[in-house]
Design a protein around this ligand. Structure first.
Ligand SMILES: NC(=O)c1ccc[n+]([C@@H]2O[C@H](COP(=O)([O-])OP(=O)(O)OC[C@H]3O[C@@H](n4cnc5c(N)ncnc54)[C@H](O)[C@@H]3O)[C@@H](O)[C@H]2O)c1
Length: 332
């Protein structure tokens, strides 16, 4: 029976990963360490499993006498406005967090890390294969995130090379879905939260920049398959994402339509916003041929909208009222 530690388990992806882990019968204890910086206790409050334990702490300072068979390091904000506001804290969570978690891994245990497609920076090739070295600016405003992911990858791959550490590293592309914060600050959650509160949908730039949005269930399915795989000759890292590239404006227009024609307004792009992002899934298809992103963005966005409506406790009547207020203000 295994002891498992999930750092960042009260966050968006971490909480979904915990749900999957608790379906396993070979786990006797699942500890989540999270400081609730960008995560929410509500993301894990549904868990009633006696094997589950939540410790509110910075991962860097986690105090425990336990050692773990599997460690999952997800502790880091994923949303640019959050990590750009606190770069030192972001670097610490990823890198110093990894050092602390390595101390807590049993000999022969497995270390799983969520890196990011941000390691490719503003890419000059599309789609991006894992072998692409990326176009990252270590003096730029996103560097705390991009470079700490790169450095943590370097730490773990070097431990794999020199000490035979069992390492599994994924590079997720843009993920969306239930349990994202309404104030997360990324496109889909922004659009949905704005639409539900009757505000115009804000698109940065001309909206023609594209992203490859993966619905959370598909992405967590990819994580689980790869993280729990014992027999593979692929040493990583592994792109996990949806390879259907969609313009930001198209998603905004779709949400606007779903919500009865919410207006779309344009604002200047944030600094160093990548123009495109799309995973090359050749390795993912080789390692886990039966996996793919099955949920279309239309279906995923509709599910996300429903979840936000419940989470924000917004009734259909309130949405309609906000819409009428907006129309009245616009003089229509
Ligand atoms: N969501 C995405 O689209 C995406 C894409 C690529 C990579 N990732 C990576 O996946 C991981 C999870 O992302 P997410 O979307 O769930 O983000 P999230 O912000 O919802 O979750 C991160 C969690 O880590 C916690 N945390 C941050 N610093 C901590 C620290 N020092 N000590 C303890 N807990 C800490 C936060 O409170 C939060 O609960 C991150 O490592 C992120 O970089 C996410």
């Amino acid at each position: 029976m295994k002891k498992v530690l999930v750092a960042g388990g009260a966050g968006f992806l971490g909480s979904h990963l915990c749900d999957r882990l608790l379906n396993r019968t070979d786990i006797e204890k699942l500890v989540v360490v999270d400081n609730l910086w960008t995560g929410r206790e509500a993301n894990i409050s549904h868990i009633r499993d006696p094997r589950f334990q939540f410790v509110r702490s910075d991962v860097e300072n986690l105090q425990t006498s336990d050692k773990f068979d599997e460690v999952y390091h997800l502790a880091s904000p994923a949303s640019p406005p959050w990590y750009m506001k606190e770069p030192k804290r972001t670097i610490s969570a990823n890198l110093i967090g990894a050092f602390r978690l390595l101390d807590l891994l049993k000999k022969g245990g497995r270390f799983c890390f969520t890196s990011s497609s941000e390691v490719y920076g503003d890419p000059l090739v599309s789609p991006q294969p894992e072998s692409y070295k990326g176009q990252v600016d270590c003096t730029g405003p996103r560097s705390s995130y991009d470079e700490s992911k790169r450095c943590t990858e370097s730490l773990l791959f070097e431990m794999q090379r020199t000490q035979g550490l069992d390492v599994k590293i994924v590079r997720p592309f843009n993920v969306y879905g239930p349990r994202t914060r309404p104030d997360d600050g990324r496109a889909v959650s922004n659009f949905v939260a704005q639409a539900l509160t009757g505000r115009p949908i804000t698109v940065f730039g001309d909206g023609l920049q594209s992203r490859s949005w993966g619905y959370v269930d598909d992405i967590i399915d990819g994580f689980a398959r790869y993280f729990w795989m014992n027999e593979t000759d692929y040493r990583g890292p592994l792109n996990v994402g949806n390879d259907r590239e969609i313009a930001v404006l198209e998603v905004a227009q779709y949400i606007s339509r779903l919500m009865g024609g919410i207006p779309i307004v344009f604002e200047p792009s944030p600094p160093h916003d990548p123009t495109n992002r799309r995973p090359d899934l050749t390795n993912a298809n080789y390692v886990m041929p039966e996996w793919s992103c099955a949920i279309s963005y239309e279906e995923g966005v509709a599910k996300t909208l429903d979840w936000f409506r419940q989470d924000m406790k917004i009734t259909a009547a309130e949405v309609a009222e906000a819409g009428s207020r907006r129309l009245a203000k616009a003089g229509r």
